[in-house]
Structures are given as C-alpha cells and as structure tokens.
Design a protein around this ligand. Structure first.
Ligand SMILES: Cc1cc2nc3c(=O)[nH]c(=O)nc-3n(C[C@H](O)[C@H](O)[C@H](O)COP(=O)(O)OP(=O)(O)OC[C@H]3O[C@@H](n4cnc5c(N)ncnc54)[C@H](O)[C@@H]3O)c2cc1C
Ligand code: FES
Length: 282
C-alpha cells in the first residue's frame, strides 16, 4: 500500500495569472508517472496537499474537474511562505502533490436536483470544479436548473474570466456575477452588490429539490446564511466547505479538528445541519 504521506511528483505545465493584482495564479500540473494520475482520481470538492521540497506543504482545493483529463489544476492565492514560493516557480519545475484528500460535494444526493452555487473570492476554486463537472455532456442531464452566484471585490479580481463568459453564453446555466464595486467601469454589465444581496434577489426558491452549495470567506458566509434562512432553505440543503488550518490532511495530526470531527478527513464539506451540531469554533 502506498504511504499516504508520500507525494506524487508533478511538473508545472502551465501557469495562468488570474487576477489583475497577480495575487492569484492557476497552476496546471501533469503527473511525471502517468499511472499516478489514475491513483489521484478525485471528486469535485476534494483538495490536495501541494509540496515544495524544503519549503513545506499546503492544502489547496482542486480547481479542475474529474472530467478534465491529463492534468490537475489548483488556483492559489499568494498568502505566505509556501504560496509565495509556489508563485515564484516556473513552467517545467517539478514539485509534489498528495491526495486526493477530504470528502466531496454529495453528488449522489445532488443528482436530479436544482443546484445553486454561491461563491465568493478565491474560494470559487472547487466550485469551478463542480460547475465544469455538472456541465460536462455526460453529466448535464443528471441535474435540473443550475444557478451560479459568484462575487469578487472588483471585476479584475474575478477568477476564470474566459470561462465565466462561456458559461454566461450558455442557456443551461444561470450566471449571476457580481462585484462589490465596478470601479466606475462603464463596460461592467453584470451586478454590483455583495453576494448575500444578490443571493436574496436571484437565488431560486427553496424547496425539497433545491440545494445550495456555499463557499467563500467567513464574512460572506456569515451574511449569506441568514438570507438562505429567509428564503426557506433547510439546513440539510445548505452545503459548505471549511478551510481550517491543516497539516497532515489525513486525520493523523489533530491540527484541524472541530470537536470530534477532523475537517481534513470528515470534511471539508459539511451540511449546515452538521455544522450546527459542532462546537461553535469554526
Ligand atoms: C481544504 C482547504 C482548501 C483550500 N483551498 C485553497 C485554494 O483553493 N486556494 C488557495 O489559495 N488557498 C486555499 N486554502 C488556503 C491555503 O491552504 C493557505 O492559504 C495556505 O496554506 C497558506 O500557506 P502559506 O505557507 O503561503 O502561508 P502561511 O505563511 O502559513 O500563512 C499566511 C496566511 O495564510 C493563513 N493560512 C495559513 N494556512 C491556512 C489555511 N489552511 N487556511 C486558511 N488560511 C491559512 C495564515 O493565517 C496567514 O494569514 C485552502 C485551505 C484548506 C484547508
Ligand atoms: S490536518 Fe492533521 S488531522 Fe486534519
């Protein structure tokens, strides 16, 4: 059996600067040993540990979809030590990925349902994975209406801008893009307003067939939750993803737990119903 702490060697195949302040980059990795790609079979919502020799290891959500083959993508915000080293790396450099880790969005429950994705800031990464997965020709018929509410601070801080345009042009997904401020850009044609405000205006009505997947900074979650309550969403129909501090990613080190739950292993995906039963430390 493979040692779960041993990373797969990967080569950086492409780097895309996502935002105008260059603080977010998407790294496309290919596995040095093709058989490792098969071993890294993942579901949308999972994460991996990216490792740079001598620098450290960090948990990052998988931004590519299981339907995209031959590579795996992660979008990384330049936050501190390891992420700064990663941002300084180049195409062709070799590093490690461990995983896939954690649980995933409950696709068995979500099939046949209306989905509303609510995302803010760079937490949109695993939501990109989910959207690409649901829109794939093999999967689109498994879901009913798909709504996406996605906000960033300014137009220049939106991730995946080309894909947002492509999704906007489709008639089988409802996109509601918003920014806190359009910086007086006369060409801005989407919403202006915080994610909770746009959620109140655009989210589909709550019913037993509609599930909300929410991922964003704590402040967005704090104000979105009461809006979903007001709209009548049951707490077991609200699915969230947590970003606790982590180290091992496999339930060994005890760094990430909330009560008896290990966010790295039992999560990071939990329903609001499950979170309500946990100690109030998240
Ligand atoms: C399940 C999961 C998925 C994540 N997905 C993404 C992603 O898709 N893209 C992305 O850019 N980041 C993601 N993160 C956050 C990412 O792990 C941290 O930003 C990263 O570990 C910081 O490493 P560093 O060495 O550069 O920073 P450090 O030097 O360790 O710290 C810099 C700053 O980042 C904060 N930080 C450190 N670790 C974490 C952490 N695990 N969670 C939140 N804040 C942290 C610190 O408090 C500090 O303010 C995710 C975290 C988790 C747990
Ligand atoms: S990160 Fe080690 S137990 Fe979760």
């Amino acid at each position: 059996m493979k040692n779960p702490l041993l990373p797969y060697p990967v080569r950086i195949d492409d780097i895309k600067v996502e935002t105008e302040d260059k603080s977010l980059k998407t790294f496309k990795f290919v596995f040095l040993n093709p058989e490792d790609e098969e071993k890294f079979s993942y579901r949308a919502g999972q994460f991996g540990e990216l490792s740079i020799a001598g620098k450290g290891e960090i948990p990052i959500g998988i931004a590519s979809s299981p339907t995209e083959k031959g590579f795996v993508k992660f979008t990384v915000f330049k936050a501190g030590l390891v992420t700064s080293h990663l941002h300084a790396m180049n195409v062709g450099d070799v590093m490690g990925i461990r995983g896939p880790l954690g649980n995933w969005y409950p696709w068995d429950i979500l099939e046949g349902k209306n989905i509303v994705i609510i995302g803010g800031g760079f937490a949109f990464t695993t939501l990109r994975s989910s959207i690409v997965y649901m829109l794939h020709p093999d999967n689109r018929s498994k879901f009913k209406d798909i709504n996406v509410i996605y906000g960033a601070r300014t137009p220049g801080m939106l991730l995946y801008s080309d894909e947002l345009k492509a999704w906007e042009a489709r008639d089988d997904i409802n996109m509601h893009i918003t920014v806190d401020s359009a910086n007086n850009d006369p060409n801005w044609k989407y919403n202006v307003g915080f994610v909770p405000t746009i959620t109140e205006k655009k989210a589909p009505p709550a019913d037993k067939d509609t599930y909300a997947i929410v991922c964003g900074p704590p402040i967005m979650i704090k104000f979105t939750q009461p809006v979903l309550d007001k709209l009548g969403y049951a707490h077991d129909h609200i699915i969230m993803s947590l970003e606790n501090r982590m180290k091992c990613g496999i339930g060994m080190c005890g760094r990430c737990n909330i009560g008896k739950e290990f966010v790295c292993k039992d999560g990071p995906v939990f329903t609001l119903d499950q979170l309500n039963k946990m100690p109030r430390e998240y």
